[in-house]
Design a protein around this ligand. Structure first.
Ligand SMILES: NC(=O)c1ccc[n+]([C@@H]2O[C@H](COP(=O)([O-])OP(=O)(O)OC[C@H]3O[C@@H](n4cnc5c(N)ncnc54)[C@H](OP(=O)(O)O)[C@@H]3O)[C@@H](O)[C@H]2O)c1
Length: 383
């Protein structure tokens, strides 16, 4: 078995490599790809000896090249990576690049791999309407690994439920108990401090604003064909229940596991390798859980949820605009260009920009995303 990991230097990529090292040493790492963190990539090369590495940021390439002279690992230029994917085959792939640029690789990955562990949510949000067509055409098996979707996939693949609604749980992030006034002064450091999950900055900030759950709602719609009107969000601060299916027979099915991405990733690798290991230390212990709380989303506290609620989710371009303007806003907040409590307003303003671009192919969407970013930054006089 060989594996390609896109986003190997991030939280998910690092966790995947550690799971491989400790549990699946026979899996051969074929390709590791990152954005610019060449130092971490180099450490991974030393440990896993991949055949290939790829760095998206060309300015860091000379530094990586210099350090790799004594290794057999070859560098693939980022402009050649999709061509390489179209010319080769891989059994397993993890796609865990943060942000909508993850879409740049998706079509080629679906061609290249037999089994895709899909963690990057932004590419599903932008191109979910094309995902099934490509996976079917290429015979690629998609394993949703984002925890809520991993959870729903498990529930739906085991039983054909007749349901009224499907709930995705949200921990509520670090500001759940803050009042509106105190959100004015929130810093980047505070916003990335998630109470339950260890994630990259984009996902952490998205969790604090609830953008993450909005994106996941779209993700669930595309992955499981659930109509939007049946998809709900509920706050659950303990973050041990990941999804709830409210069935027509008046019973509800909840899926529990500890908030640890080890579980979806490990199970993906386990199922594709037909190994039946039992990981007892990750087993859910009911007697160690004091309480489970659930709250309705307070739209005053999470104004971005209001913005999301108002967009026409059946308009593909509006959903893409939401996805991109959210990422632009998060990065502007990161670099002190806007305040935390301006994020939702920035997104709302960007959504009001009209476009009639076609989004019928992945290439259309990739181009639209770049164009949209330029326009949004120009309109806000940020270059
Ligand atoms: N972390 C979690 O618990 C979790 C749970 C569920 C879903 N997810 C989803 O998984 C994805 C990754 O999350 P994360 O927490 O692992 O993020 P992260 O720690 O920020 O890692 C992001 C990875 O993507 C790479 N990357 C970023 N932009 C790139 C580009 N344009 N081209 C190539 N590589 C690029 C980064 O490389 P550099 O290091 O070089 O910058 C890094 O390897 C996100 O979509 C997130 O929503 C994460």
């Amino acid at each position: 078995m060989n594996i390609n990991i896109f986003g190997s230097t991030g939280n998910i990529g690092t966790k995947t490599l550690s799971i491989i090292k400790n549990n699946f040493p026979f899996i051969q790492v074929n390709l590791l790809l990152a954005n610019k963190n060449y130092k971490k990539l180099l450490t991974q090369v030393k440990l896993f000896k991949p055949k290939y590495v790829c760095l998206n940021d060309n300015t860091k390439l000379p530094l990586l090249k210099k350090k790799l002279v004594n290794y057999r690992t070859k560098i693939i230029l980022s402009c050649d990576i999709n061509e390489y994917l179209y010319k080769s085959k891989t059994e397993l792939t993890i796609l865990s690049i943060s942000g909508y640029n993850s879409l740049n690789y998706l079509e080629a990955i679906l061609f290249n791999t037999n089994n895709l562990g899909l963690v990057s949510k932004e590419c599903i949000v932008s191109a979910g309407h094309l995902l099934k067509k490509f996976s079917k055409k290429n015979n690629t098996k998609i394993f949703p690994l984002d925890s809520e979707h991993y959870s729903l996939n498990y529930l739906f693949s085991n039983k054909n439920f007749q349901y009224n609604n499907v709930y995705l749980t949200a921990s509520g992030g670090p500001f759940l108990t803050y009042n509106l006034k105190s959100l004015e002064k929130v810093t980047f450091k505070q916003a990335i401090k998630h109470p339950k999950w260890k994630m990259g900055y984009k996902n952490s900030i998205d969790s604090s604003t609830l953008a993450n759950k909005c994106l996941e709602l779209v993700e669930a719609h595309y992955l499981f064909d659930i109509p939007y009107e049946k998809l709900k969000i509920i706050i659950h601060p303990e973050a041990v229940i990941h999804s709830i299916v409210d069935c027509k027979n008046l019973t509800s099915i909840m899926n529990y596991f500890y908030p640890d991405m080890f579980i979806p990733i490990y199970n993906f690798l386990n199922s594709t390798n037909n190994i039946d290991n039992e990981y007892l230390n990750k087993k859910f212990e009911f007697n160690q859980t004091n309480q489970l709380n659930f709250y309705k989303v307070d739209k005053n506290k999470f104004p971005l949820f209001n913005v999301f609620d108002q967009i026409d989710k059946n308009s593909k371009i509006d959903v893409i605009k939401f996805n991109c303007s959210n990422e632009i806003a998060v990065n502007l907040f990161k670099f002190n260009k806007i305040k935390y409590n301006q994020i939702h307003q920035f997104i709302d303003n960007s959504l009001s920009l009209d476009f009639n671009n076609q989004v019928n192919s992945i290439n259309d969407i990739v181009e639209f995303q770049q164009y949209f970013k330029e326009i949004v930054l120009q309109k806000n006089e940020i270059i």
